[in-house]
Ligand binder design. Structure first.
Ligand SMILES: [Fe+2]
Ligand SMILES: [Fe+2]
Length: 265
């Protein structure tokens, strides 16, 4: 079981005892486990607005049951190694569908949540690391979104076309131009060379290091950035270790078909 899952299981056990939990301050719960901040956010509760209130008060105000919040944990369980093994057994179109779903989830949920946390941190107050993150994070988001667009519009499309050609769903001749333009080996090399996308933020935060008495919002931000980086590493590994090897084999197979076709003509 991964560290994240162990952490979440312990956390779920704490939640299962709702009597004590309901009386606990939101700030204390988040201090104990920063993942709780994202669970609350999922339910439309920004922890920093309710720090001094207990869970029962906040749930009542929002018309929520604590059980719902437990169920919400399912949504924040991060990817791990098991996903990689599972995806290796799937056909390439499903792997691509999964990767696109993750892109969507990064754009719609993770990045806006991170941006919101970072933006609501007071700019003045001497925390220069946060001020630098406020400046760097939007640039990172821009680059990362461009990376995902390039993958979806070019790389994934090309691989799906190869798959269709192998199934006989599109004419092989329609791929001649793109087969010359894109080599899966080159795409994979290029991807591997640039997959440490959070290096700037990691260096800036000194590996997300913080003091024991740092503000809880700062701890939540660093924890979420670190968790996002972990998810990105898994995502990149799925592309490097599952998608590209599959695509490379398919490309080779298609070249064989093409050469057979050329001999016959
Ligand atoms: Fe991707
Ligand atoms: Fe990628």
């Amino acid at each position: 079981m991964s560290c994240t899952k162990v952490r979440l299981v312990i956390f779920v056990q704490t939640l299962i005892n709702p009597v004590g939990l309901k009386k606990r301050r939101i700030l204390d719960l988040v201090e104990e486990n920063y993942v709780f901040a994202s669970v609350l956010h999922h339910f439309g509760i920004d922890f920093y607005d309710y720090q001094e209130q207990n869970l029962a008060e906040v749930c009542k105000k929002k018309g929520l049951k604590p059980e719902l919040i437990i169920a919400g944990l399912e949504d924040v369980i991060e990817d791990d190694q098991e996903h990689l093994q599972y995806l290796i057994g799937l056909p390439v179109d499903l792997v691509i569908a999964y990767l696109k779903h993750k892109h969507f989830s990064f754009v719609k949920h993770t990045l806006p949540y991170l941006a919101k946390l970072i933006n609501c941190y007071p700019s003045q107050g001497g925390c220069t690391v946060i001020n630098d993150i406020k400046w760097l994070f939007p640039l990172f988001v821009e680059d990362f979104i461009q990376h995902m667009h390039e993958e979806e519009d070019t790389v994934f499309q090309h691989i799906l076309q190869i798959e269709k050609a192998l199934k006989g769903e599109v004419a092989t001749s329609s791929l001649f131009f793109n087969l010359k333009k894109y080599s899966i080996k080159a795409i994979a090399h290029e991807h591997q060379a640039h997959d440490d996308v959070m290096i700037g933020i990691r260096k800036l935060t000194n590996d997300y290091a913080h003091e024991k008495d740092s503000p809880v919002l700062l701890k939540v931000i660093f924890s979420e950035l670190q968790s996002f980086e972990k998810n990105l590493i898994i995502h990149s590994r799925i592309e490097n270790e599952v998608l590209f090897p599959k695509a490379l084999l398919m490309e080779k197979e298609l070249y064989k078909v093409i050469s057979k076709y050329s001999v016959l003509n």
